[in-house]
Structures are given as C-alpha cells and as structure tokens.
Design a protein around this ligand. Structure first.
Ligand SMILES: Nc1nc2c(c(=O)[nH]1)N[C@H]1C(S)=C(S)[C@@H](COP(=O)(O)OP(=O)(O)OC[C@H]3O[C@@H](n4cnc5c(=O)[nH]c(N)nc54)[C@H](O)[C@@H]3O)O[C@H]1N2
Ligand SMILES: Nc1nc2c(c(=O)[nH]1)N[C@H]1C(S)=C(S)[C@@H](COP(=O)(O)OP(=O)(O)OC[C@H]3O[C@@H](n4cnc5c(=O)[nH]c(N)nc54)[C@H](O)[C@@H]3O)O[C@H]1N2
Ligand SMILES: [Mo]
Length: 713
C-alpha cells in the first residue's frame, strides 16, 4: 500500500486540488486531501469519488470504429493501427479536398495540466496540421470575456484575488456564486467557512436556496434568473440617491459614471432604476433592496464575488460590468478584502512550462455557441467555412452545448468525426472513431489551479487500463502518420516534457515538488489591480482613458450597444412562462460521472419546482412531468421544494441525453431546452433563465408533445 500525490485535473472549479491516492494491489482504493497543502487548499467529493470512475465497467478500453448509424452506439473494437490509419487518412483527405478549415477543432478543457491539457494538445496538433476552424469564446465565461476588456483593458486578465484575502472582508457578496459546490478555486470553500465563523456578513444572490445559501449565507436575496442587472441598477439607484457613493474614488478611477447616474436616476429618457422598479423585475422586495444597498455601502471592505451564472443569461454582458461599477461606486475596487468585481480567478499561477501551441496565421472561426449552426449552414449561412469533419478532445459537446437536437443534426451532416474518450458519451456515440484515453491516475502531469498561487505534481500512479493511451501519445502517433511527428513532439516523450516544464519553472526545489506534490508560491494573498487602485495615475489601465470604463465609447462604436450598462429585458414567450436554471451538480463535473450508478444514487436527478407552481399544474411530488419549449421535450421526475423561488425550475446540467423513439429525452439533459442564439453582442451561451413549460403527463407517455404550442394551454 502506498499514498501518492495526485490531482484530477478536471475543469471542475478546482482543476488542481492537492490529493493523495492510495494504491493497493495495483488498484486505487482511496483518494483523500494531501496534508502537505495545509489547512485551506483542499479537494472535494468529486475527487474523492474518482476511484469509482477508474474502475467503472463501461470504460472504453480499445479503439472503436462505428458500424451502425450515428448515435446508435454500434461500434466494433479495432486495433490501434487500423483506427489511427483511418483517422489520418480521413483528415488528410478532407484537408486535400476542402482545406484544413473543413475540420472543426473542439479542444475543450476536459483535462487541464501543463502537458495533458486537451485544448493545448489538440491546438498544437491542428496548428501543425495546417489549421482548422476553431471555436472562439467558451461556455464558462463567454459574456464576461467579451465585455471585460472594454471595461478594464487587457488588465482584466489580472483582475482577480487570492482566496486568503476573503479574511479581510466585512461583507462577502456571492452574486450567483454557489462556491460551496462550484468552488471557483480549491481554497474558496474553506476561506468562506472561516469568514462566516469570524462573523462576516455573507450575502448570496441566487434564485435557488443553494448549498451555499443553506450552509454559509447570513442573508439570501432570491433574485429571478437573468435579472441581476436590474437588481444591480437598483442598488446603484439607492447609492446615488442617498449619497452613499465614494465620489473621490469614482472620479480617480473611472470614466462614465455621470452617464450611468443619469440613466439610473431616470434623467436619460427611461424610467429610474429604483428599487420599486427593480422589485417587479427581479422579485426581491423593494425594502430588501434598499436595506441591502445601505448595508453594502456601510461595510468596509465589501467583497463582491460574482459567479459565472449571472452572465450565462440573456444580455449576460451587462451584469458583469455592473459588478465592477458597484465595486468602484462603493470604493472597494482593488482593495484588500474588496474585489474588482471581476472574475475571482484572474490572477496568474506560478511560472511553469506548458505545452506550447505554435503560432499560425488567422484561421476561420465560429463562436462556440454556434458550432452546430456553422456545421449545418456553412458559408451559405455566412459562416467562415464549410465543415466536413470534427476532432473532439476533452468535451461532450453534443450534450453540453445548447440545443441538443440541433447538435445531433449537425453531427449527422459530417463526413468524419473522431474523439478520444473514457466513456461512450452521447458525443462519442456520434463519432466514427473513438480512441480510448487514459484517466487522471494513468498519467503524470503538473497541475495548474483554477485559482491560487500554487502548482501540483502527480506521477503516473497506475499503468493505463486496457489499451488506453494518453491524448499526447495518440496525437503524436497521428502526427507521425501525417508526416509531422517530429515537429509535434520535438523529440520529447510525455515524461521528457514534464522534466522540461519543471526545469523552466520558478519551483525552487524540484525534488521536494515531486515528493510532496505541491509548490506554494510566496505570496498567497494577492489583490488584483491593487497598484491601479492605490495610484491610478502611476499605474493606468490599457483602456482608452487609462481608467475603468463605466461608459465605453469603444464598446458602443464596435457593437452598437449602449456605452453604459443598461437593463435589457429578456424576450418573453407566454407559452413558456417558467424560468429554467441548470446549475452544476455537486457530484459531477459537467457530464462526467453521470453514467456511474453509485454516483447517480447520491442525488436523484429531478426538476426542482416550487409547490405553488406545481399546484397550478396539478403535479405531485415525485411525479413524472413533461418539460418543453421550442427546442425540445423531456420527461423528468419533479421534486417539489421551496428551495427554488416561484416561477423558477431547476435542473442540474450534465445528464446524458437519451432520446426515446419519438425524440423525447428521458435522460434529463438540460440542453434539450437551451438554444444556440447566444447573447448579443458577445454570442455567449444562455443557459440560465430559459423559458419552459411543465405539464403533468396525461397523455400516453409516448405521446409527450414536442412543442407545447401543439397542445392547448
Ligand atoms: N460541482 C461542480 N462545480 C463546478 C463545475 C462542475 O461541473 N461541477 N464546473 C466548473 C465550471 S467549468 C464552471 S465554468 C463554473 C461555473 O460556475 P457558475 O456558472 O457560477 O455555476 P452554476 O452552477 O451555473 O451557477 C451558480 C449559482 O448561480 C445560480 N444562478 C443561476 N442562474 C442565476 C441567475 O440568473 N442569477 C443569479 N444571481 N444566480 C443564478 C444557480 O442557482 C447556482 O446556485 O463552475 C465550476 N465548478
Ligand atoms: N445547460 C447547461 N449546459 C452547460 C452548462 C450549464 O451551466 N448549463 N455549463 C457549461 C460549462 S461552464 C462548460 S465548461 C461546459 C463543459 O462541457 P464539456 O467541455 O463537454 O465538459 P464535460 O461534460 O466534463 O466533458 C469532458 C469530457 O472529456 C472526457 N475526458 C475526461 N478525461 C479525459 C482525458 O484525459 N482526455 C480526453 N480526451 N477526454 C477526457 C470526459 O469523459 C468527458 O466526456 O458545459 C456547459 N454546458
Ligand atoms: Mo465552464
């Protein structure tokens, strides 16, 4: 028996959590926290449960080649040589006939590490291939990433804070952040618990009584999905009208507050964004909004800690610039125990080598949200390329992107699709070739955290199962067959790259790093943009004004949208009056783990609904119901709970889609109901606040309607 430093490296809100894996007789029997990391940086149940995934009987252990129709799940095992030759041949054929842009590259963050980062391994392979059509933006922070450069310049990439600084906060406002389950850094849950114990005010804004509300909040503001911008504008109204703003700080650090103030006070032609106005939109009572605004203004320092959920909504760009406006208006921006209001994890990890992605001339691209539209419509539909093939690495994007039925149709149109996978996911079922990939226990790597000033190391803990090979090794073999193996590998094995990365790092003692599995950099309490906050004259931002652009003329010029953040009401469809949210499950990383029965048993998958909404619809607790909108239909058990606010239904994302013969999903997949339109102007995904209707199933099950337009309302 031995305990070995380990991390899972999943795109899970932690990415690199310091763990120890116990190996007995060649099997992983236990995963626990690594004490070498100290009291704060810890793993979570998803890491501790990984042995279940490792030993799952449905792991893919040989290369597979499709034999039945796409999606049928019919494959035959194949030798490595045959599967690699077929893939190399198909890729070369598509490139020769239609150019490299005919290959769509979906390199997601299935795994993150200095070497085995799926986006980097595939990016390197495709750039040396001659390019591809690439996906821009991402499902995580698409709208934030679009707006933040206009507000903060390129310094948005260093606008976060280390979790240790939560200890200086008198108030922590978790705005759409369920950090006890989504983490946003491996240190955050422990620091939040400590802040709570110390007596800090913990405000959570969430339409759902989340685990964070239940276990950490001192104040819950249940705001309707997608209405945070209205609530934020109402808070600003109180701050302006009661003279609670820090005028000097605002003037020194920003431009455009005058315009925003006129808008908020109703002097610019639209109604004032008063608490009364906001209450009807966001559902938080007028007096509660006033009380919160006053408490926020009085707390020094106050840390606004946004989740990503608030920008995965209609007009998701606006709440993310309003969080910044709020932190400036209250004088908390860039101060210890405060925050910039921007994404918490935007500070660099310690210096270490990483697999380089060689530069290439500009390639055709498409916003990630729109990938199925680009496949289906191609150049005729105004997209940059006609896509014939897909290379997927580290994603279950048929299931995880908006509008699953459209995604299936897009896959149907392809000439060729290949993925590397651990399991036969819905996406893998639509591919032609599947290469069996290694798990986190089966490869050596250096861990780069989601947030935090540390690095982790893990050796290869057990040998690959079956015929599995690491993504790096597979891509190297393929590159060889396509004639650029030496350029891809630079003659380095996986182990040689890791040696090289450590040699090119700031890690002072590589031997201790390999032994303990952790390197903690000296400064564990960094405050993003503290220089600018302390002296904006000496440390200007790279925005046109050198200051935070509350009003951005460049944004207005380039996008046609207002220079200041405004309330943009989401479209309403009377047929679909309930607002669906699809938050993360504490047990799964996106769609990973939902195929493991022991994990499924931890929490019954159901649509959470307020009893009041259920009563109106005659739905009883635990009953199967039909959920639908224009995108699709699902049959899902309903769980009645006052943990969701009336008018809101919640379905954890990540369940694998499973269509019955009539095209109704019985797997519980949230993206049956989401669309690919995206936000405007950022074209980022919209996955919270989606209109749906829920009905008791009175028809025979097979006759569950596809579109509620078709049944009488
Ligand atoms: N357990 C777990 N943790 C994860 C992941 C995972 O798969 N599993 N994935 C990681 C990844 S890749 C990402 S990008 C992050 C994403 O992190 P987030 O996007 O922040 O996570 P969500 O669970 O979507 O939403 C967080 C909370 O916001 C609430 N919410 C939903 N809509 C709204 C809204 O309109 N307004 C407000 N105020 N609240 C709203 C939800 O009820 C939920 O409690 O999480 C990371 N952490
Ligand atoms: N409705 C709704 N949909 C959402 C969200 C939401 O909030 N609501 N959240 C969105 C967000 S924030 C994100 S980031 C996306 C995530 O969506 P995806 O990027 O699709 O994430 P996963 O479902 O985790 O898929 C990762 C896949 O990689 C595989 N994998 C694991 N290890 C390896 C490896 O070493 N190599 C290879 N090649 N593969 C491996 C896993 O088996 C899994 O199938 O989902 C988005 N989708
Ligand atoms: Mo994400």
């Amino acid at each position: 028996m031995s305990s070995i430093p380990f991390f899972c490296g999943k795109d899970c809100g932690g990415n690199a959590c310091p763990l120890l894996a116990t190996v007995e007789d060649g099997c992983i029997t236990r995963v626990i926290n690594n004490p070498a990391a100290g009291r704060y940086v810890k793993g979570c149940r998803r890491g501790f449960d990984l042995p279940l995934e490792q030993s799952a009987p449905d792991r893919i252990l040989t290369p597979l080649i499709r034999t039945g129709p796409r999606g049928s799940g019919q494959f035959r095992p194949a030798g490595w040589d045959e599967a690699l030759s077929l893939t190399a041949h198909k890729l070369a054929e598509v490139r020769a006939e239609s150019g490299p842009g005919a290959v769509l590259c979906r390199g997601s963050a299935g795994v993150i590490g200095a070497l085995h980062a799926t986006y980097a391994v595939l990016g390197r392979f495709m750039n040396l291939f001659g390019g591809c059509t690439r996906l821009t933006g991402n499902y995580s922070i698409g709208a934030a990433q679009f707006i933040l450069p206009y507000v903060l310049g390129h310094e948005w990439t260093v606008s976060g804070f280390d979790a240790a600084t939560m200890q200086q906060a008198e108030m922590i406002i978790l705005w759409g952040a369920n950090v006890l389950e989504t983490r946003q850094g491996a240190e955050v849950p422990q620091r939040l618990a400590e802040a709570r114990k110390r007596g800090a005010q913990i405000v959570v804004v969430d339409p759902r009584r989340s685990a964070t509300v239940k276990q950490a909040a001192t104040w819950w503001l249940p705001c309707r999905p997608g209405t945070d911008a209205a609530l934020m504008l109402a808070v600003l109204y109180v701050l302006f009208s009661e003279s609670l703003t820090d005028r000097t700080f605002m003037a020194d650090h920003s431009v455009g507050f005058d315009q925003l103030e006129r808008y908020v006070l109703g002097l610019a032609g639209s109604p004032p964004t008063s608490p009364e106005w906001a209450a009807t939109i966001c559902g938080v009572a007028t007096e509660e909004i006033v009380r919160f605004a006053r408490a926020y203004a009085a707390a020094k320092p106050a840390m606004l800690f946004p989740g990503y959920s608030i920008q995965r909504v209609y007009a998701g760009e606006e709440p993310y610039r309003l969080t910044i406006a709020l932190q400036i208006a209250t004088g908390n921006f860039g101060r210890r125990g405060g925050s910039t209001g921007s994404i918490n994890s935007m500070l660099p990890a310690p210096r270490v080598g990483r697999l380089p992605v060689p530069p290439i001339s500009p390639q055709p691209s498409v916003p990630v949200t729109r990938w199925p539209d680009a496949v289906l419509e191609g150049r005729r539909g105004g997209y940059a390329s006609d896509i014939r093939a897909v290379y997927n690495l580290g994603s279950n994007f048929l299931n995880q992107g908006g509008d699953i039925r459209k995604n299936m149709a897009a896959f149907e149109k392809l000439d060729f699709a290949v993925t590397h996978e651990v399991f036969l996911t819905p996406t893998a079922r639509y591919c032609d070739v599947i290469f069996p990939t290694t798990t986190a226990f089966e490869k050596e790597d250096i861990g780069i955290p989601w947030a935090g000033n540390y690095l982790l190391y893990k050796p290869q803990i057990i040998p690959p199962s079956g015929q599995a090979r690491s993504d790096y090794d597979v891509m190297w073999e393929l590159a060889d067959r396509l004639g650029y193996g030496p350029a891809f590998s630079e003659g380095r094995s996986a182990a040689a790259w890791i040696e090289h990365f450590i040699a090119h790092s700031e890690i002072p003692d590589p031997v201790a790093f390999r032994e303990t599995g952790i390197y903690l950099a000296p400064d564990q309490a960094r405050v993003g943009l503290a220089d600018f906050a302390a002296d904006p004259g000496r440390h200007p931002l790279s925005t046109p004004s050198g200051r935070v652009e509350i009003a951005s003329e460049s944004y207005q010029r380039e996008t046609g949208f207002p220079a200041i953040p405004t309330w943009q009401p989401p479209p309403e469809d009377r047929r679909f009056p309930l607002r669906l949210i699809s938050p993360k499950s504490p047990h799964f990383t996106h769609s990973q783990g939902s195929n493991i029965p022991a994990l499924r048993r931890r929490a019954a998958h159901a649509l959470s609904m307020h009893p009041q909404d259920a009563l109106q619809r005659g739905i009883a607790d635990g009953e199967m119901a039909c959920v639908c909108n224009a995108q699709g239909t699902g049959r899902i058990p309903v769980s009645l709970t006052e943990d969701v606010t009336p008018g809101v239904v919640s379905l954890p994302e990540g369940m694998w889609v499973d269509l019955d013969g009539s095209g109704v999903d019985v797997g519980g997949a949230a993206n049956m109901f989401t669309a690919t339109d995206g936000t405007r102007p950022g074209a980022a995904c919209i996955m919270h606040g989606v209109g749906v209707e829920v009905r008791r199933i009175v028809l025979p099950q097979s006759a569950c309607p596809h579109d509620l337009g078709a049944i009488k309302l």
